[in-house]
Design a protein around this ligand. Sequence first.
Ligand SMILES: *Cc1c(COP(=O)(O)O)cnc(C)c1O
Ligand SMILES: [Zn+2]
Length: 459
Amino acid sequence: MNVFQRCINPQCRSTFDVGEILHRCPTCGALLDVEYDWDKLPTPKKLADFEKYWSERSNPQRFSGVWRFHELLPFAPLDQCVTVGEGQTILQRSNGVAEYVGAAAGSLYLQYEGMNPSGSFKDNGMAAGTTHGRLVGATQAACASTGNTSASLALYCAASKSMKSVVFVGSGKIAYGKLSQALDYGARTVQIQGDFDDAMARVQEVSKKTGIYLLNSLNPFRLEGQKTIMFRVLEALRWEVPDWIVVPGGNLGNSSSFGKAFIELKKLGLIDRVPRLAVINAAGADTLDRLYNDEGLRWNGGNVDNAKIDAFYAQMDAENRRASTIASAIEINRPVNLTKCLRALDFCDGVVRKVSEQEIVDAKASVGANGFGCEPASAASVAGAKKLVAEGVIGRDERVVCILTGHQLKDPNATVAYHGADPAFFESVLGKRGVATAPLANRPVVVGNDIDAILDVLR
Ligand SMILES: *Cc1c(COP(=O)(O)O)cnc(C)c1O
Ligand SMILES: [Zn+2]
């Protein structure tokens, strides 16, 4: 077998067939990777070799921004790979956002993953995850979600007709744009009396008891698809490696898959240097930041200090601390991919920061005002970049790519609360989170139904 699953724990390293449905290593409980015997597979000599597929856009798999990099995630035959046209996303330089962040003109780029079919980067992973699900004959797939995973799963199941979808969401925690998608795409939607961390725990039990195929980012095949976000960033930079990748951290699947992408590109000799990685938590969901910066938790060659993590969670439970942030997509206190993220931080000489609610909504307004737009969680990347430039960790002239993970229309409440003129709505959505002001607000103007008054306003 040229493709297999392997436990990431160096003490274990058990391997499993690609056709097995596993969420964690049955031997030791650690996370699993999809691994390849690269020597026996046709890998490209240089990244520019992928350009030959640009002219094959009438082939749906080669049109896909995920599967046109098939040689770098070859776990299924190309013609059996599920695609809904994901990954038509762009990397755009933004001097406006560079100025906001304090970086030099020309140095800041936004990778706009909101352009995916369901409006978030999750589609990269779902194309790969549903491909594996179909390969192993699953008829039903489930996920726990803060919103975007469920929207993406529901869309992929509806469009590919290969499985039925069941999504578990915390009650009252999901942005309306995302909930509306899950319902519209026909997912069986289960609202649990609890938050995301509760829903995540329950869906793993359900999956174990019923055999429903699990499509959270615990699923290593999903993370294979998300590697392609980095391939497209390099593609857009004409295969040059940037200095920094800045990404919001929730369940830490994205940061983990970026790390794996660079580990493999380096191993294959397709890049000669590795970008640094910055993972940004919301202050109200800061498990990674606390463990990494306060507790000094590290990958440590794979020998992660699990006792430290257990003690941290025990303390969290004792204090009944729950994740709470306007950036609902990263409102997660028990990130399932924590150890893989530590590996990514280790390989990419990474840093972790947390940003406040105020920093998030202001950064989001800056992204919007510069003609892109994103949901609150995505703006954590821009807020994090701003913080790291101010600290001098990111140099003003370094080439920085911020990942905008989700579309602006996902969470209209947050946007209208920020810009709108209704103090009660501001208070109920943002004020209660600790947002005090809206310095970048673009207030609507209320005017009588009278031409002179209207002209007055426009003067
Ligand atoms: C899922 C999601 C995140 C968090 O990504 P992880 O892989 O869970 O760390 C951030 N932003 C948006 C918009 C998301 O949908
Ligand atoms: Zn193991």
